[in-house]
Design a binder for this molecule. Structure first.
Ligand SMILES: C[S@@+](CC[C@H](N)C(=O)[O-])C[C@H]1O[C@@H](n2cnc3c(N)ncnc32)[C@H](O)[C@@H]1O
Length: 456
């Protein structure tokens, strides 16, 4: 993948790497001698390689909890804890970001050899660092420009309303001319791409299930060494959280010379680009998806509505549907069919009800408890089941897909396909053009397949 070599590189990595490895020894991080960290032979800058054959289930390294960097281990933890109410935000990331602002600029930081691995965090190339014009030109239709616009506006608001006033109250520890909005934004990208979130404790008590759902997710934390691992969907290692330490464990055999890959989760290429700044090459990402926005379903469903009164009736049920969907609602399709099949099923049922049925639905405040067969719904909205769906439902999905494809602007599937097949042209692409192409092409392939499956 020649074009990916154009990503900004972490220069002078080996000296910093040595310092980091010495630090790992000092903090009690134990590395299995069958693996080593390298900047050569990996898919992207730092990564981990197998020195010998490794069997499934082997511990590759163990990180004591005291080596993790988060709001409770940073030198400024007491202050962050005392002022935690003033640091609350929708992201929940402010305490870690303040800790990183402090630790990354303090010459005395316990984590200096770790954080020095990424000088100024400048190598990150998330779309949030591209110009707006570049995002719109390369990523229109993918959902990324809208997600980045939301991120940037949240980052600016958090910095202005929470971080800056807090730093001004504590000039002995933070200084706005060092801890600028620019550095804060780089650190947000660093947290997006490098932090880990410990899963919530599993509680077997069924009564507590609702309580569990309401619990806020754990705040993010930095996990030295674990964050040296790159990601592929077909990964071979996984991080396990224990009471005293975290362990990276192989989930299948790994051959000598192979790269050790963690998983960052089941990430579509648009999510990888948005959160991590990279994509897997088209076809390699088994978790790739494409969304049909709710707005496209609305347009598809109202296409033939002519009278104002009919539209008002329709809008009433669409309002119900919007409330049933999560914020920014969309129906998600993977390579094998719909991944949000129960939402799509409910939406299609709601939109195709008669007016009497809708009145009854409202009176009952929802559907009567029906015995919906989840497996049957899954099957109906899979690639195998879609061609046999009710004709009216297929027509609605088909039209919504057509409208979704229209939102990609000029980048036609055919021209992207020709580009994907032209090795010389691919080599001439900039890294940003290449990554954007992987996202667009993967999504459009899924949507075109859906057009085929739902045609009448
Ligand atoms: C947790 S870090 C992994 C260590 C990273 N390679 C480094 O040099 O610091 C995550 C970053 O690694 C890069 N990365 C991870 N997996 C990748 C892959 N499969 N292809 C390209 N870049 C990848 C991306 O830049 C991502 O933001």
């Amino acid at each position: 993948m020649a074009s990916e070599a154009k990503r900004p590189k972490v220069g002078g990595g080996s000296e910093r790497l040595q310092d980091f490895l010495l630090w790992c020894d000092r903090v009690g991080l134990v590395l299995n001698n069958k693996v080593f960290v390298s900047t050569e032979g990996t898919v992207a800058d730092y990564g981990m390689l197998a020195k010998e054959n490794i069997e499934k289930g082997e511990v590759l390294f163990t990180i004591p909890r005291s080596a993790l960097l988060h709001q409770e281990t940073t030198k400024v933890s007491a202050l962050l804890s005392k002022e935690r109410l003033s640091l609350e935000s929708s992201s929940g990331w402010v305490p870690l970001l303040l800790a990183l602002l402090y630790e990354s600029t303090s010459s005395q930081s316990h984590w200096k050899p770790y954080l020095s691995l990424w000088p100024d965090f400048k190598a990150l190339d998330h779309p949030m660092f591209w110009s707006e014009e570049e995002r719109d030109r390369l990523l229109k239709g993918t959902g990324i420009p809208e997600a980045v616009a939301r991120d940037l506006s949240n980052i600016q608001a958090e910095y202005r309303d929470i971080v800056l006033p807090f730093m001004i109250r504590h000039p002995e520890l933070w200084n706005p001319s060092t801890h600028t909005l620019e550095l804060y934004t780089q650190l947000v990208a660093f947290v997006m791409a490098y932090s880990f979130q410990e899963p919530q404790d599993d509680d077997d008590d069924e009564d507590d299930e609702e309580e569990q759902e309401k619990k806020a997710p754990n705040p993010p934390m930095m996990v030295p060494m674990a964050d040296m691992l790159n990601h592929v969907s077909d990964h071979n290692a996984n991080l396990e959280f224990g009471p005293d330490s975290l362990k990276m464990v192989s989930v299948r055999d790994i051959g000598k010379g192979e790269e050790v890959f963690n998983t960052y989760g089941q990430m579509a290429n648009w999510q990888l680009l948005h959160m991590y700044g990279f994509t897997e090459p088209y076809l390699h990402n088994s978790h790739d998806t494409a969304d049909i926005p709710l707005s496209c379903l609305y347009k598809a469903a109202t296409r033939d509505i002519l009278s104002e009164s009919e539209r008002q009736l329709f809008n009433e049920r669409f309002e119900v549907l919007s409330q049933m969907m999560q914020e920014g609602g969309a129906f998600v399709f993977g390579k094998h069919g719909c991944l949000t099949e129960s939402e799509l099923h409910s939406a299609l049922k709601l939109l195709s009800m008669s007016q009497d049925e809708f009145s009854e639905f409202k009176d009952n405040e929802g559907w009567e408890e029906e015995d919906e067969d989840d497996d049957a719904i899954s099957q109906a909205f899979s690639n195998e089941g879609l061609p046999d769906l009710k004709a009216s439902w297929k027509a609605l999905i088909h039209e919504a897909v057509r409208l979704t494809l229209g939102s990609y602007g000029d980048s036609e599937l055919e021209s992207d396909r020709l580009l994907m097949e032209d090795k010389v042209a691919l080599k001439g692409l900039t890294s940003r053009q290449w990554r954007a192409l992987q996202v667009r092409f993967g999504q459009k392939r899924i949507l075109h397949k859906l057009l085929e499956l739902t045609k009448s």
